[in-house]
Design a protein around this ligand. Structure first.
Ligand code: Q9C
Ligand code: ZN
Length: 723
C-alpha cells in the first residue's frame, strides 16, 4: 500500500533574532531565511508541504557531539554586554555573538534533528529546514564560520545513536569545506561525508590542509570521507554534474545509504560573492533528482551558507519544488568540465579506487599514462601515503587573496545573468503526472488486463490519466504525443503489442514502428529539436529505427540491450558508436547484465551524454521480456528500472514517453511496468541494496566511453589533459 508522498518544511521566525550588532560585512543575516521562505510562498509551496515542528535541541542532543564547555560558552553570551560579546567573538574565526545566538542555535539544531526524525519515522518522505545559523563549520569545541552547533552532524549522530542507523550519507554542497562534519566522523564508516568546496590549493577559507582530496578518513573510516576540492572559481553546472556522475553517484550507489542529509549551502550558486561559482538555481533541483532514487528517497536538506539573497531564495524554492516531486527546470546543455575540476575528480578517484570498486573506469589512471600533474603516485596500500591529521592541530595553509583584477566585472555579469535566469524561468505544469494509453481487444476486454490488475493492486491505477489508444496505430500514438506536449500529462506510457495491422511484424519491429511514429509526430507537430531515445528492448537492438533516424544530431539513440544475441542479428549493426556519436550501442560482453551494470551505464554514459545533448523529449523503448528469464543468467530487477526512469526524469522538463512491448503475460513484466508507473507518479524508488558494476559491465562501459571521446565533451576527460 502506497503512502502519499510528503515533503516537510521547517521554518521559524525566531531564527531571525540573531545578527551581528557591529559587523555589516558579516553577511549571515536574518533575511537569509526570510527571503527564501517568501520565495517558497510565492511559488505556493507552503501549502503543499507538511510543516515540521521547530523545537529547541535538548542539552543531551547538543552533547552528542559538542562539549559541555562549548555549550556553556554560547549560553553565557545570553547576558553579555555588547563589549563582552565583541571580545568573545574575537576568539573565533568569522563568528559574532549576540544575546539571541544561543536561542537561535538551539532552535536551528533542534529543528534539524526534528526534520531528520520525521523522515526516519516516515511522517514525511523528505524535507527542507530553512534555518540559521548554519552548522557545518562547528566542531566539538569550536565556533567557526558563522556556525555554533553542527546541525547536520548532530542530526546524523542522533540517527546513529537513537535510531541505530548504519549508513548515512552527508552531501555537503556548501561552497566551503565542512571541516566540522569531517572531524566528527573521520573514523566512522557509518557516516560517509562527501563535500565539494572551493579550495584553490588551500588559499580559500578555511585554508586547511585537511580539506584536500587526500583526506579520506582514518582507520575503519578510511574511504568514508570524500573531499572534492575546487581549485578554481567559476565552476558551473557542468563541473558539478561531472562530479555527481563520476564520483558521488557511483559511491552513493555502492554505499547504499539509509538516509541522506544534505548540508545545503547555496554559496556555490551563481551570484554569491562568497563562492564566486556559477551553479544556476535550477541545477539544485537536478542534484536532488539525482540523489532521490537513493535511500528510498529519505532526503533531509539543511540550509547552510548562501549570501546572495536572490540566488539563495530561488535555489531554496526550486529545491523544495524538487523535493515535492515537481519536474526539474531545464538547464543549459552541459559542456566540458574545467581541466582543474577533471584533475580534482581524477585525484579523488585515484585515492579512493582501492576502497570503492565502483570507480574503475579511468584508463589513464594506469601508471605512466597520465599527464595530470598533481596526481599521487600509484599505491597499493593507502595507509602508507597519508599521515593521519593530528586531532588537536589541524594544519593551516597561509591565507592569501588572489582575487583576479577582473573579478568585479565578472561579478556584475553574473548578477545580470542571474536576474535574467530568475525572470525568464519557465516552470512546466501539467494536470496529470502520467498518461497511460490503453486499448480494448476485439472482445471488448481491455488488453493487458493482467498489467492493469497489478497497477490497481498497488494503487497506481487511479492517479493515472487513462485514455484509449494503446495500439501502435499512428492516430493513437499521435494522441500520446499530444498529451505530453500539450502539458496535459508530464509523461506517458503506451503498451505496444501486435495488432491486426502488425500481425506480420516481429516484436522489435513493432516497437521500432511505434518509436518512429512518435518521432515523426514530434517533428511535424511540435518542431522538436532534440530527441533522446533510450532503448532497452532487451532482445536485440532497435535496428530498424536506427536506420530511419538518419536525421543526425537531432536524435540521440542509446541502446542498452543485454541479451546474448545482441549484434548477431543480420540487420543489427555491431558498431558501438556511429553517426558522430549520435548512435550509441553498449554491447554487454556476455549479454547478461545486473542492476549494478545498468545503473553504472547511466551514471557513466547515458546521463553525461544526455545532459550534454539536452533533449526536448526522452523516448524509452522498453520490453521486460528478458527479466528473470531462465536462459538469462543475470538481469536487472523490476525496481532497477524505476531508478533509471527517475534519473532520466530530470531531462526534457520531464517529457518522457515510454513504449513498452507487452506480448506475453507474466508476473515479472507486470512488476516491471508497475515499478515504472510508480516512479512516474512520483513515488519513491525502492532501495536496491549495495550496487557495483561487474567486471564485464565495466569493460563494456569503458569500451563505449572511449569510443565516445571524440564526440562528447563529457566523455573527453578520459583523455589526458593538456599541460
Ligand atoms: N573569502 C558558511 O557558509 N568568509 N560559512 C571567508 C574569504 C567566511 C562561511 C571569506 C565564510 C564563512 C556556513
Ligand atoms: Zn559556505
Amino acid at each position: 500500500e502506497l503512502k502519499r508522498r510528503r515533503t516537510g518544511l521547517a521554518y521559524n521566525e525566531k531564527l531571525t533574532k540573531h545578527f551581528s550588532l557591529w559587523n555589516p560585512d558579516f553577511t549571515e543575516i536574518p533575511k537569509r531565511i526570510e527571503k527564501p521562505y517568501e520565495r517558497c510562498q510565492q511559488y505556493k509551496l507552503l501549502e503543499r508541504c507538511e510543516p515540521v515542528q521547530s523545537r529547541n535541541a535538548t542539552e543531551e542532543e547538543m552533547e552528542l557531539l559538542h562539549s559541555k564547555n562549548h555549550i556553556q560558552i554560547l549560553k553565557s553570551s545570553i547576558t553579555m554586554t555588547e563589549e563582552e560579546l565583541k571580545e568573545l567573538s574575537q576568539k573565533s574565526d568569522y563568528i559574532y555573538f549576540h544575546n539571541d545566538s544561543y536561542a537561535s542555535a538551539c532552535l536551528a539544531l533542534g529543528t534539524s534533528i526534528q526534520l531528520v526524525d520525521d523522515i526516519i519515522h516516515q511522517k514525511v518522505l523528505n524535507g527542507f529546514a530553512i534555518i540559521r545559523p548554519p552548522g557545518h563549520h562547528a566542531s566539538r569545541d569550536q565556533f567557526n564560520g558563522y556556525c555554533y552547533f553542527n546541525n547536520a552532524a548532530v542530526a546524523a549522530q542522533n540517527a546513529l545513536t537513537k535510531h541505530q542507523m548504519k549508513r548515512i550519507l552527508i552531501v555537503d554542497w556548501d561552497v566551503h569545506h565542512g571541516q566540522g562534519i569531517q572531524r566528527f566522523f573521520y573514523d566512522d564508516p557509518r557516516v560517509l561525508y562527501f563535500s565539494i568546496h572551493r579550495y584553490e590549493h588551500g588559499h580559500e577559507w578555511p585554508n586547511l590542509r585537511e580539506s584536500d582530496y587526500d583526506y579520506i578518513g582514518r582507520g575503519e573510516g578510511q574511504g568514508y570521507n570524500i573531499n572534492v576540492p575546487l581549485n578554481v572559481c567559476g565552476c558551473t553546472n557542468s563541473d558539478y554534474l561531472f562530479i555527481f556522475f563520476n564520483i558521488l553517484l557511483p559511491i552513493a550507489y555502492q554505499f547504499d545509504p539509509e538516509l541522506i542529509i544534505v548540508s545545503a549551502g547555496f554559496d556555490c550558486a551563481l551570484g554569491c560573492p562568497e563562492g564566486e561559482m556559477e551553479v544556476t538555481p535550477a541545477c539544485f533541483a537536478h542534484f536532488i533528482n539525482l540523489l532521490s532514487p537513493l535511500a528510498g528517497g529519505k532526503l533531509a536538506l539543511l540550509l547552510e551558507g548562501g549570501y546572495n539573497l536572490d540566488s539563495l531564495s530561488e535555489s531554496v524554492a526550486l529545491s523544495v519544488k524538487a523535493l515535492l516531486g515537481d519536474v526539474c527546470p531545464v538547464i543549459h546543455p552541459t559542456n566540458k568540465p574545467k581541466d582543474s575540476v577533471i584533475e580534482s575528480v581524477l585525484n579523488v578517484i585515484k585515492v579512493l579506487r582501492l576502497k570503492w570498486s565502483c570507480l574503475q573506469y579511468q584508463p589513464l589512471l594506469n601508471p605512466g599514462q597520465s599527464s595530470i600533474k598533481t596526481l599521487l603516485p600509484s599505491v597499493s596500500n593507502l595507509n602508507s601515503i597519508f599521515q593521519s591529521p593530528n586531532e588537536e592541530n589541524y594544519p593551516l595553509i597561509q591565507e592569501c587573496f588572489n582575487t583576479s583584477p577582473d573579478a568585479e566585472e565578472k561579478f556584475g555579469e553574473n548578477i545580470a545573468r542571474l536576474n535574467t535566469i530568475i525572470q525568464t524561468m519557465k516552470l512546466r505544469k501539467t494536470n496529470y503526472k502520467l498518461a497511460i494509453a490503453c486499448n480494448e481487444n476485439q472482445s471488448g476486454r481491455p488488453k493487458h488486463e493482467d498489467i492493469y490488475d497489478k497497477l490497481k493492486q498497488y494503487g497506481l491505477w487511479n492517479p493515472c490519466y487513462m485514455f484509449l489508444g494503446g495500439n501502435s496505430s499512428e492516430r493513437e500514438l499521435t494522441n500520446i504525443v499530444d498529451r505530453v506536449f500539450k502539458d496535459e500529462a508530464q509523461s506517458a506510457i503506451t503498451l505496444v503489442s501486435k495488432s491486426g495491422e502488425h500481425e506480420e511484424s516481429s516484436i522489435t519491429d513493432i516497437n521500432s514502428i511505434s518509436i518512429f511514429t512518435i518521432v515523426k509526430c514530434c517533428k511535424q507537430q511540435y518542431n522538436t529539436n532534440r530527441i533522446l531515445i533510450v532503448d532497452w528492448t532487451g532482445e536485440s537492438s532497435c535496428c530498424k529505427s536506427k536506420e530511419w533516424f538518419v536525421d543526425k544530431e537531432s536524435i540521440l539513440y542509446i541502446s542498452l540491450n543485454w541479451s546474448k544475441d545482441v549484434g548477431q542479428g543480420a540487420s543489427c549493426s555491431s558498431k558501438t558508436v556511429e553517426k558522430n556519436g549520435f548512435n550509441i550501442n553498449i554491447h554487454w560482453k556476455t549479454g547478461d547484465i545486473e542492476n549494478g551494470d545498468l545503473i553504472a551505464a547511466f551514471y557513466q554514459l547515458v546521463l553525461p551524454v544526455a545532459y550534454e545533448f539536452s533533449p526536448d523529449l526522452v523516448i524509452i523503448s522498453a520490453s521486460f521480456n528478458q527479466v528473470n528469464k531462465k536462459e538469462v543468467e543475470y538481469s536487472p530487477s523490476a525496481p532497477c528500472f524505476g531508478h533509471v526512469l527517475q534519473l532520466l526524469r530530470g531531462l526534457a522538463d520531464g517529457r518522457l514517453i515510454m513504449a513498452i512491448q507487452c506480448d506475453s503475460n507474466s508476473e515479472i513484466i507486470s512488476e516491471c511496468v508497475a515499478s515504472c508507473v510508480s516512479v512516474l507518479l512520483d513515488n519513491p524508488c525502492t532501495k536496491l541494496g549495495t550496487l557495483v558494476p561487474s567486471q564485464r559491465g565495466i569493460e563494456s562501459i569503458c569500451q563505449t566511453a572511449d569510443e565516445l571521446k571524440p564526440y562528447w565533451n563529457s566523455m573527453n576527460y578520459r583523455e589526458a589533459i593538456p599541460e
